[in-house]
Structures are given as structure tokens and as C-alpha cells.
Design a protein around this ligand. Structure first.
Ligand code: G4P
Ligand code: NA
Ligand code: NA
Length: 193
């Protein structure tokens, strides 16, 4: 998605450890017009997938997920993060390890928000090592719902997350695909859109 790539080139900063800081339009301050455009793009890409619900993880997945839900006219559920979970009877939970932050979190979703006939679209801001997506897959499996697609705002294709998705045979759509941060510059996979 050209507008997103241009915004990354304009406002993104490459930090040590191959981390892209995009806090002025995605991870802290949010640009609603760009979010809406990304929601349109995801809605178009998954229009025929029979999506009944969108799942994401708090906090940075929520904005693009809501913009997609708005345009597919389906509810959006975000998994909550906890250091540990004690009262879990009414929750689906999964453990998510963050390679970036070197910490483990539990994510959880109330059971009442997932029905076995749901067709779920997972949306997230970044796909790096795929641990967040794997956690959502685990929850979807527990809930016996179908994962019909994964939509990612920024994929770092040099990390292993895409394999987590494609190994499952699920449609993966990433709006910006970063191949490297060589020379502290952002390099994108060349697309024809
Ligand atoms: P993974 O889910 O793909 O395995 O990612 P990883 O553990 O490496 O990353 C953990 C957190 O860091 C996630 O956010 C993820 O979105 C984010 N992240 C990964 N790579 C980058 C990057 O290059 N730039 C930025 N800005 N974030 C990155 P989170 O902990 O869930 O935080 P949030 O959703 O509350 O923002
Ligand atoms: Na994030
Ligand atoms: Na995230």
C-alpha cells in the first residue's frame, strides 16, 4: 500500500535491534485517515472470505482492526494482555513470548465473544516473529472457530512470522512488507500496486 510505505519512509525511524519506530501514526499517536484507508484495503482484500469477527491484541492492533470492522460491518474483539491470569474460567487464554521485549504475557478473550461458527480475521500492527498471531491461533483453536485470514499493517519479512501463518495455510495480507533495514534505511518488497 503506497500511502503507508510513503508514511513509513517519511516518519519511521530505524532503531537498534531491527525495530521500526512508527509512533507518530500507529503505535502512540494515530493517524485516523491513514487507519481508515488501511481498513478499506483490508476490507477489500478479505471481502469474499465470509468474515464474521475480527480479532486483535491490545493496544496497537485495535485501531486498524476497528477500521476494518467498520468497513466489513463485523464486531472487533481485542485480546487483553496480563502478566498472569488467575480467574480463567470464562476466558480463552494463550501465552505470548515477545522476542522484542524478552517478556512473556498471557492474552485472553472472554469465551462469550467467540462462537464455533465464527469466521475470524486476525488483524495486527506488526508481524515479526509471529508470537502474537500464534497466541490468537491457539485461542481460535480452543474456541473451535475458523481462522479465515490474517491482515498485518507492517510485516518484517526477514523475520519468521509469515511462516507461522503460511504453515497453517491461512491467507496472509500485509500492507507494507519490509525486507531489510540495511544502512538504517527501510527497504520494501517491490510490489506493483
Ligand atoms: P511477534 O508478535 O511477531 O512475535 O513480535 P515480537 O514478539 O517480536 O514483538 C513484540 C511487540 O513488538 C509487539 O507489540 C509487536 O507488534 C511489536 N513489534 C515487533 N516488531 C516491531 C517493530 O519493528 N516496530 C515496532 N514499533 N513494534 C514492533 P506489543 O508488545 O503487542 O505492543 P503494542 O501492541 O501494545 O504496541
Ligand atoms: Na506493537
Ligand atoms: Na501488536
Amino acid at each position: 500500500m503506497r500511502a503507508l510505505e510513503q508514511r513509513i519512509l517519511k516518519d519511521g525511524r530505524v532503531l537498534p535491534g531491527e525495530v521500526l519506530k512508527v509512533d507518530n501514526f500507529l503505535n502512540h499517536q494515530i493517524d485516523p485517515d491513514l487507519m481508515f484507508a488501511m481498513g478499506s484495503e483490508f476490507a477489500q482484500l478479505f471481502r469474499e472470505a465470509g468474515i464474521t469477527k475480527i480479532l486483535t491484541v491490545e493496544s496497537s492492533g485495535i485501531a486498524p482492526a476497528v477500521m476494518t470492522g467498520l468497513q466489513l460491518h463485523v464486531p472487533v474483539v481485542f485480546a487483553r494482555k496480563h502478566k498472569s491470569v488467575t480467574l480463567i474460567d470464562d476466558l480463552y487464554t494463550a501465552e505470548v513470548y515477545s522476542y522484542t521485549k524478552k517478556t512473556s504475557n498471557h492474552i485472553s478473550i472472554a469465551k462469550k465473544f467467540l462462537q464455533a461458527d465464527d469466521r475470524v480475521l486476525i488483524i495486527d500492527d506488526f508481524l515479526a516473529n509471529g508470537q502474537a498471531v500464534q497466541g490468537l491461533f491457539d485461542i481460535c483453536d480452543d474456541a473451535k472457530v475458523t481462522v479465515a485470514g490474517v491482515g498485518i499493517v507492517i510485516e518484517k519479512v526477514f523475520q519468521t512470522g509469515h511462516k507461522v501463518v503460511t504453515d497453517r495455510g491461512v491467507q496472509l495480507e500485509s500492507l507494507a512488507k519490509i525486507t531489510s533495514f540495511e544502512g538504517d534505511q527501510v527497504h520494501f518488497l517491490t510490489t506493483d500496486d
